[in-house]
Design a protein around this ligand. Structure first.
Ligand SMILES: *[C@@H]1O[C@H](CO)[C@@H](O)[C@H](O)[C@H]1NC(C)=O
Ligand SMILES: *[C@@H]1O[C@H](CO)[C@@H](O)[C@H](O)[C@H]1NC(C)=O
Ligand SMILES: *[C@@H]1O[C@H](CO)[C@@H](O)[C@H](O)[C@H]1NC(C)=O
Ligand SMILES: *[C@@H]1O[C@H](CO)[C@@H](O)[C@H](O)[C@H]1NC(C)=O
Ligand SMILES: *[C@@H]1O[C@H](CO)[C@@H](O)[C@H](O)[C@H]1NC(C)=O
Length: 351
């Protein structure tokens, strides 16, 4: 010890100012850039690095004691459960509250983190407690995920866990109305409705459910109402039931077309004449199509000839013999009030 390099360094320090500096009570040893600082004892000698009371030995600004602690420290150990295993089975909608637990043999605190897989949607991992909590999702699935328990020294242990979620029977609450048949599906139910009923719960009575051409509803936009061979200055989209004007066709080659936007089950149509004139139709046909190219005739009371209104304001509703699947409907005037023109305002009913 007595022949330690410190002594040598002290000699050299006069030549290399940065190598050894004594600034009582500090003795700082530093090397030039890319240089080495060597503490070397002779054969059988020792080099002691010993802090004073309350002092610290730093290695590259790290407390040597902490460094040794870290090297000696042990990784956490999973305790509460094995590090592979199921955390349980839960029903959709049930509140999940389970936890994983690891301890650090050195007694430090643990941080939990998700490192692979997925927790059931709607649940979260508390990184300080290891608790997984939240509402079980509405799905039938097993979730497998990896959790890492890390101690303050950065040492860790990984575990792989799983949570099973069982979907509940969506039909238990009898959601289908009006005699509909319920089928349980993943996260949802499916109602199969008897004739006349529709909607996701069979709550809609199709033959009285206006699809929105009417002036008071207008869920079918103007752009989806078109006319062929229009007479006068009114627009096709004036042909809405209850409008203050109406659409007027030129002759029996004319038609008013409603595009429902998607294919629907259509049960009935209603017509009125042009508002406050003698322009009203006494009979008409309805042709319909799903693609806008191929049109076929609908029938009511066994005939393709449907009854129109007997004055301009009366609403005449015609039920089809059976519901038709249609996106496009064309109202084609056949006969109309003598001396006038085929005036029309319409609505379509269905689901
Ligand atoms: C020695 O290092 C200490 C701590 O970094 C510093 O406060 C002190 O000024 C240094 N002394 C010299 C002589 O460089
Ligand atoms: C010294 O510490 C710094 C900062 O923590 C680090 O980037 C560097 O790699 C360390 N040097 C050595 C030789 O360990
Ligand atoms: C984790 O659990 C602790 C203790 O129950 C709680 O104080 C903390 O808020 C929780 N953290 C989150 C993100 O919920
Ligand atoms: C509901 O059931 C019908 C008839 O089985 C089927 O055609 C339809 O695709 C189902 N709908 C959904 C959303 O599962
Ligand atoms: C309108 O109808 C009349 C009588 O049928 C016909 O002569 C005329 O060509 C038609 N006009 C148009 C634009 O179709």
């Amino acid at each position: 010890m007595a022949k330690s390099v410190i002594l040598l360094a002290a000699l050299i320090s006069s030549a290399l100012a940065s190598f050894l500096e004594v600034d009582y009570p500090n003795v700082n040893v530093s090397a030039e850039r890319n240089g080495d600082a060597i503490f070397e004892a002779g054969a059988g000698g020792s080099v002691f690095l010993q802090p004073g009371a309350g002092g610290t030995v730093y290695i590259n600004k790290t407390d040597l004691k902490k460094f040794i602690e870290k090297v000696k420290s042990l990784p956490p150990i999973w305790t509460k459960r094995s590090q592979h295993g199921s955390l349980g089975t839960f029903l959709s909608g049930q509140y999940v509250q389970v936890s994983v637990e690891a301890v650090d043999p050195d007694g430090s605190s643990i941080i939990y983190s998700l490192i692979s897989g997925h927790l059931p949607p709607g649940t979260v991992l508390n990184m300080t407690t290891g608790e997984i909590s939240g509402r079980a999702p509405d799905i039938d699935a097993e979730y497998s995920f990896g959790i890492r328990a890390t101690d303050i020294h950065g040492k860790y242990a990984d575990g792989v866990f799983s949570i099973d979620i069982r979907e509940k029977d969506q039909c238990l609450s009898n959601p289908c109305m009006n005699g509909g048949t319920c089928t349980d599906d993943l996260g949802q139910f499916n109602c199969s409705c008897p004739l006349r009923y529709g909607g996701n719960k069979c709550q809609t009575v199709c033959d009285v459910n206006a699809l929105g051409v009417s002036n008071s509803l207008k869920t079918i936009p103007d752009a989806q109402i078109s006319g062929h061979l229009t007479f006068g200055s009114n627009n096709p989209w004036d042909g809405r039931l209850g409008s203050s004007t109406g659409w007027v066709g030129n002759d029996s080659n004319s038609w008013l077309q409603v595009d429902l936007g998607e294919s629907r089950e259509v049960y009935a149509v209603a017509t009125q004449g042009y508002h406050s004139t003698s322009y009203y139709i006494s009979s008409f046909t309805v042709t319909y199509s799903v693609d806008g190219n191929t049109f076929v005739y609908a029938t009511a009371n066994g005939s393709t000839n449907l009854k129109g209104s007997s004055n301009y304001d009366m609403i005449q509703k015609e039920m089809f013999d059976k519901p038709i699947k249609a996106r496009f409907l064309r109202f084609n005037p056949v006969t109309w009030h003598t001396g006038g023109h085929p005036g029309l305002r319409v609505e379509v009913y269905g689901c």
